[in-house]
Design a protein. Structure first.
Lengths: 397, 282
């Protein structure tokens, strides 16, 4: 097996060396509790506040106290939606999209069972949000609107500025799940005019187990966890100090590397994507080509199945991801691709490559070099492909 | 990441017997591209009923490719009668086991084999190996009979297991209550071996009447009586069964529904597919 070519950065990322260095003291000698009255613990609180400032800068927050540290993106999403609903008890309507992350969708499914009305805004075949449906759905009963900044599977960016302005005029709380945008595109909560915004550290080179929720000053919500005074009572529980410090360092680095995403990473992604699309006539792009985060490409292969592609790529030391039913654990093809109306024939064969600033030219070269063998071997096995004529066979079943 | 055995890994990376047989005398295709896995099996059977060659083409995940390869390796050299005895469990065992969620791949192999043998014998087959009985899972096109076979052969107890073995219920989930009904019913069957579905050959009039009477007495009446209702068999005229609803059913606003969804459904299930139930008002 060759060295790993890691192209699954929308799933998780490597911890940046500088991040690990920043964290190490808090995993060793500086283990104090920031709430303690003694200097040994209390001094740690200053490092948490520095990290809070870095995270605030990454997303353009006016005040550092608008950042609440949580354990994960999922927790931040839950805290935003459940916290708002706990305040607006007489409002029983939530608006979201059909292509959100399960952290939002599963919660909405549960709320539906409890009697809430949920509007799932559809997307078109390129993954673009149907703004007409969203605007129509808003009424006096709407407690919160939760829409993702960028989709994790296709990378498609939603028009959140337009949504933010629309909701601001109507005074409806707006939560943005920016987990897949942070560190890839510039985020500015004042441009978006959102009230709540979720980010997760491990998507931009800090370790797993640390997330944050931006809560605009004055946003009405109630806590969903109860305990001590930490995070001003909004998220009680002893702080994950190493994680917070790591996320702060990662946020600082992410800000400086944003131009690299817009330039080098984006160009590398395009080279990979164009290379694959040029190699195979049974491959097509899923998602809007022009409005995407710079690191993601989602390619659908017809006549062959995604999990098999992943396993063959894995055999060549390449780590990617698939929206196929077989690789999902639920045996269901990706809800995102289905919402986009991607035909089953290519949804089952969809592969997502997600790059990072640690992705090198040679990584893309390696993928492009092994791809023909991987795809052709599977086409040879497929009943839907005529290997002699080099074309698809009529699909009878 | 799935926990595949080394045998599965070996066979999906280097499957054996891939391709077509041009002069095959039995070809069967099961699954579909919509479901996410499909298998086309080619057999060459000689005049002594021995499977001389077997090849396959598969659209599917790693375990689907490995199961297809395993199936062909297992049946080459066997007689049709020997091959027929192979179950999905045998295919999984050959692979050193499959993750529960992937057992449907072995079922697909078994389905393809059964269908190919039917083709070779000149028996009638339709698109799926086993489409007798209604489709329960519309997302994946899984029939009630297939679900029943798999439950029986693998001694399944839960909906989750049925999904893992057949995919039924894995997408929209709307058929889960139906799968639960089948499981409950079969759990009851295990105790009372008598309640088998009627055989498929055309029934004589007397046999039909007997079965209708039995089904009403043993299955339908007890269900109605639970809600204070009752039923009387008035006449059996060919495939038309005339009944009168009694007790609480007389005043029940949904008695029409009961007639169709319960009385007719059960008679169709246990007696004959094309039975019509007609109500005789008191």
């Amino acid at each position: 097996m060759n060295t790993t070519v890691y192209l699954d950065n929308n799933a998780t990322t490597m911890v940046a060396p500088e991040v690990l260095d920043a964290m190490m003291p808090f995993l060793t000698e500086r283990y104090g509790n920031p709430s303690s009255m003694h200097g040994f613990g209390g001094s740690v609180a200053k490092d948490i506040e520095r990290a809070r400032q870095s995270v605030a800068r990454l997303i353009g927050a006016d005040h550092d106290y608008e950042i609440v540290f949580t354990a994960t993106g999922t927790e931040s999403d839950n805290m935003a939606i459940q916290g708002a609903l706990a305040y607006y008890r007489d409002r029983r309507h939530v608006i979201t999209s059909r292509v959100e992350h399960p952290a939002v969708l599963s919660l909405c499914k549960k709320l539906e069972k409890e009697g809430y009305r949920i509007t799932y805004v559809p997307v078109d075949h390129e993954g673009n949000l149907d703004m007409g449906v969203l605007k129509e759905a808003v009424d006096d009963d709407t407690a919160i609107v939760s829409i993702m900044y960028a989709n994790n599977e296709t990378g498609v960016i939603f028009p959140i500025d337009e949504i933010g302005l629309f909701l601001k005029e109507r005074g409806i709380p707006f939560h943005v799940d920016a987990v897949q945008a942070a560190g890839k595109v510039p985020i500015d909560v004042n441009r978006i005019q959102c009230d709540l915004l979720t980010i997760s550290g491990h998507k931009f080179h800090s370790p797993k187990g640390i997330g944050a929720l931006y809560v605009r000053r004055g946003t009405r919500m109630r806590p969903i966890l109860f305990g001590g005074h930490q995070e001003k009572g909004r998220r009680p529980g002893t702080e994950n100090v190493p994680g917070i410090v790591g996320m702060g360092k990662a946020a600082e680095l992410a800000l400086t590397h944003l131009p690299e995403y817009a330039g080098r990473v984006s160009a590398l992604r395009d080279r990979l994507e164009n290379g694959i699309l040029a190699l195979f006539k049974n491959a097509g792009l899923n998602g809007n080509r022009d409005r995407r985060v710079p690191n993601t490409t989602n390619v659908g292969f017809e006549y062959i199945e995604g999990e098999a592609i992943l396993l063959y790529l894995d055999g060549q030391g390449i780590a990617a991801s698939s929206g196929s039913a077989c690789s999902s654990g639920t045996l269901e093809p990706s809800h995102v691709l289905r919402a986009m109306g991607v035909p089953f024939t290519s949804a089952h064969g969809s592969i997502r490559f997600s790059l990072s600033r640690f992705t090198a030219e040679r990584d893309v070269d390696h993928v492009l070099a092994v791809m023909p063998d991987v795809v052709n071997r599977l086409l040879d096995i497929s009943p839907y492909w005529d290997s002699e004529k080099k074309e698809g066979r009529p699909i009878t079943l | 990441m799935w926990d595949y055995t080394d045998k599965v890994k070996q066979l999906y990376m280097n499957p054996k017997n891939v391709g077509r047989i041009d002069d095959a005398n039995a070809v069967a295709e099961v699954g579909s591209i919509v479901c996410g896995d499909a298998l086309k099996l080619y057999l060459k059977i000689d005049d002594k009923n021995i499977i001389r060659d077997a090849k396959f083409e598969t659209f599917g995940c790693g375990s689907a490719i490995a199961s297809s390869s395993a199936l062909t390796e297992m049946i080459i050299g066997k007689t049709v009668e020997e091959a027929e005895k192979i179950t999905n469990r045998d295919i999984a065992d050959y692979l050193g086991g499959l993750p529960e969620e992937k057992m449907h791949c072995s079922v697909m192999g078994n389905e393809a084999l059964e269908k190919a043998i039917k083709v070779w014998r000149g028996e009638k087959v339709t698109d799926h190996a086993d489409v007798e009985g209604e489709i329960v899972c519309h997302c994946f096109g899984v029939t009630e009979n297939l679900i029943r076979d798999v439950i029986r052969e693998n001694n399944l107890k839960t909906v989750e297991q049925v999904t893992n073995y057949t995919k039924a219920g894995g997408a929209c989930g709307s058929c889960i209550p139906k799968i639960e009904d089948i499981l409950n019913e079969m759990a009851g069957e295990a105790g009372t071996a008598e309640k088998k579905p009627a055989e498929r050959k055309p029934l004589t009039n007397i046999k039909r009447m007997q079965l209708v009477e039995e089904t009403i007495a043993n299955i339908i009446r007890p269900m109605l009586q639970k809600d204070g209702g009752d039923i009387e068999l008035i006449d059996v005229d060919g495939r038309n069964v005339h009944v009168g609803l009694r007790g609480q059913c007389v005043n029940c606003r949904v008695s029409d529904v009961t007639l169709k969804n319960l009385v007719e459904a059960k008679l169709r299930e246990f007696v004959e597919e094309d039975i019509t139930v007609l109500e005789v008002k008191p």
